[in-house]
Ligand binder design. Structure first.
Ligand code: MG
Ligand code: ZN
Length: 372
């Protein structure tokens, strides 16, 4: 262990002497050494995806997941500022902005102060940016990458951050928070269209008919509020992932940052429903497969797959078979176990080991060469 650390430290010192080190390079607009630094980051969050969720999905899927194609695994400590058991708002704020904050917080620190997100910083560096989720786009996980509000419940306030965000692509539910608002009469969809966005929704155009035209930034609402479950027919996460990545590539020559969430693995945990977990897990993993295919072909893309926390205290009990998982649950809430991290592509080596959830933010910034 000490030896590994010594080698790592020596490697870091070595890096500090090269012309492309993060301390001297003017960040993302400089040519980067592609062998060590990615141009693009795809951060994939399986909400509520603990090890048992991954295991159940793997066994139920012929003992195989795309996740297994990752070359580096690590573990993060998911606790929040005020609770050993985090919620998705505090956890996503840790990934997005590198701070431990209170449960329910969205893009603000423990004192309530707004903290810059990696999506915002990527945009400032000229990278294209995106968010895709199987919840509403204003739900806690995506919200923490784009909004700054004291509570995750303020979904209309979260929506109001989108028009000025400069985001290149978003796909998820929650249309009503944009165009049928309770607290004001604003139509944020119209406001974004005026700014040049192409925005449409599930009732107007089926997802399969959506054209990803990189000439304009794109928004697609998959539901008025929460999108369907996989079981009820939701099937956009995989094609959205497949089409978003070349779209973002064309939106900026400098690269892109996207967060893609499988939101409902968590909801299966809250519902204490093993089959719900498994279906959502496999759907998310198929999206992971799309991201890994893109990264493999592209060679300049770092893919990071993790969860915000575990949900349900899910375990796979004796008597289970690969096709007949028998789950048990200790809670209908989240739990506080260590959370796995998987990485692939240039910069993946940063993600081995055991570290705080906030370190994922630091590692992503280091990989992209962003400076403090
Ligand atoms: Mg979520
Ligand atoms: Zn949850």
């Amino acid at each position: 262990m000490m030896r590994t650390k010594a080698i790592l430290f020596a490697a870091l010192l070595l890096c500090a002497c090269t012309p492309n080190n993060p301390a001297t390079a003017p960040a993302a607009n400089q040519p980067i050494t592609l062998k060590t630094r990615p141009k693009n980051i795809i951060l994939m969050i399986g909400d509520g995806m603990g090890l048992a969720q991954i295991t159940a999905g793997m066994y139920a899927n012929n003992n195989q997941l795309h996740l297994e194609r990752c070359t580096v695994t690590g573990l993060h400590k998911s606790y929040s500022f005020n609770d050993l058991v985090t919620d998705s708002g505090a956890a996503a704020t840790a990934f997005a902005s590198g701070v431990k904050t209170y449960n329910g917080a969205i893009g603000v620190d423990a004192a309530g102060k707004s903290v810059k997100t990696i999506l915002e910083e990527a945009g400032q560096h000229g990278l294209a940016t995106g968010l895709i989720t199987t919840s509403s786009i204003t739900h806690a996980t995506p919200a923490a990458f784009i909004a700054h509000v004291p509570s995750r419940d303020l979904e209309e306030d979260i929506a109001s951050f989108f028009p000025d965000s400069g985001i290149d692509l978003f796909i998820g539910g929650g249309k009503k928070f944009f165009d049928r608002r309770e607290k004001d009469e604003r139509d944020l969809i119209q406001a974004m269209q005026k700014k040049g966005y192409f925005i449409t929704h599930y009732a107007e155009k089926d997802f399969s008919e959506l054209v990803f035209d990189p000439a304009k930034p794109l928004g697609y609402f998959t539901a008025d509020n929460s999108p369907l479950t996989v079981e009820a027919g939701r099937d956009y996460l995989v094609p959205a992932t497949r089409q978003a990545l070349p779209f973002l590539t064309k939106r900026s020559a400098k690269g892109f940052f996207i967060m893609i969430e499988g939101a409902q693995i968590d909801w299966g945990g809250h519902a204490n429903d093993a089959q719900y977990i498994i279906r959502e897990m496999i759907d998310f993993d198929q999206a992971v497969g799309q991201a890994l295919d893109f990264a493999k072909a592209d060679g300049q893309t770092l893919v990071i797959i993790t969860a915000d926390h575990e949900a349900g205290g899910f375990s796979i009990t004796p008597g289970s078979g690969m096709d007949t998982i028998v789950g048990k649950f200790t809670t209908d809430d989240h739990t506080g176990t260590l959370i796995p991290v998987f990485a692939y592509g240039p910069g993946a080596e940063l993600f081995g080991g055991v570290y705080e959830n906030t370190a994922i933010f630091d590692k992503m910034r280091q990989a992209l060469g962003f400076q403090r």
